[in-house]
Design a protein around this ligand. Structure first.
Ligand code: SF4
Length: 288
């Protein structure tokens, strides 16, 4: 609609992450406040440290430092190719980046783990929690939405509903040039000359994705205790495309600017006690 500003424009973001859309299911207002105030909480820092440890188990990073945004896209695509090769060879990979489009907006995400099971690719999302034994059930809805979005994005990439051309147009790939320093770094580690352009590495990535075995409709979420790293529980859900599409439709009305970020309803105001913005940037349920 003419004149209406999207949430992305207002927040100065250029793409929406699957995590953002999932967090809308917890509290949309809180999700927006985290984007506007990006300081991580100690719990988030512990969660990030846990993911780094898990990532180091199987992920092979490209050891060349990126200098520019095009360099970073190259690095992501190169690492995706390495991860997909690891999935084919060892039956497991971690931190696969996925891209897509919803309502014309760029969507991205990073799948914690993919593993081969009965000739299908299974998506696994790892979450960390404090020791509280019931906390995994209250987080279930956002976590289910996140993992369902990953399934949708991966399916779209693997089945050519979201192609290399869509990606190249959305990211303006044709006008992007890698920095000289980055190219020198790629040469120094022996990257083949024909893979030295952004276009070529992204084409290889989409080709590798298109040859993935089918993605399983059983999605897994594993919950780990934040301090010890011990697994607390595991949840398996069946992907429901109608419910996922319904949620996306609802969530996108916020991103298109059709509506403001919604606080939690009164029946869920118990969430506010755990929210770092309670009584500060958000006073919706403060004192009530
Ligand atoms: S205080 Fe409550 S309503 Fe406000 S952002 Fe936090 S969780 Fe949402």
């Amino acid at each position: 609609m003419a004149g209406r500003q999207s949430a992305l424009q207002r927040l100065g973001k250029n793409s929406i992450s699957a995590k953002d859309i999932a967090n809308q299911a917890w509290c949309e207002k809180q999700m927006e406040l985290y984007i506007m105030n990006p300081m991580p909480t100690p719990a988030m820092e512990k969660g990030a440290a846990f993911h780094e440890v898990k990532k180091a188990e199987v992920f092979v990073p490209l050891t060349v430092e990126p200098y520019t945004w095009p360099d970073r896209i190259y690095k992501g695509a190169y690492e995706n190719c390495t991860s997909l090769a690891s999935l084919a060879r060892n039956g497991v990979c971690r931190e696969l980046k996925v891209y897509g489009s919803l309502n014309g907006f760029r969507i991205s995400g990073q799948i914690d783990e993919l593993k081969m099971h009965e000739h299908k690719v299974t998506i696994i999302e790892d979450k960390t929690l404090s020791g509280y034994s019931g906390s995994q059930s209250v987080r279930a809805k956002p976590d289910m939405i996140q993992v369902s979005l990953y399934k949708k994005l991966l399916d779209d990439m693997a089945s050519n509903r979201y192609t290399f051309d869509n990606f190249a147009n959305a990211y303006g790939l044709e006008s992007m040039v890698l920095s000289k320093e980055f190219v020198k770094g790629l040469e120094s580690i022996g990257v083949r000359k024909e893979l030295m352009t952004l276009r070529q590495i992204c084409k290889v990535m989409f080709g590798d994705l298109a040859s993935l075995p089918p993605v399983s409709s059983t999605l897994e979420i594993r919950y780990f205790e934040r301090g010890s790293g011990q697994m607390i529980s595991e949840m398996k859900i069946n992907y429901n495309s109608e419910e996922t599409d319904e949620w996306i439709k609802y969530a996108m009305r916020y991103w298109t600017g059709e509506r403001e970020a919604q606080p939690v309803p009164e029946s869920e105001k118990w969430k506010c006690k755990m929210c770092k913005f309670f009584g500060k940037q958000c006073t919706v349920w403060w004192g009530k």
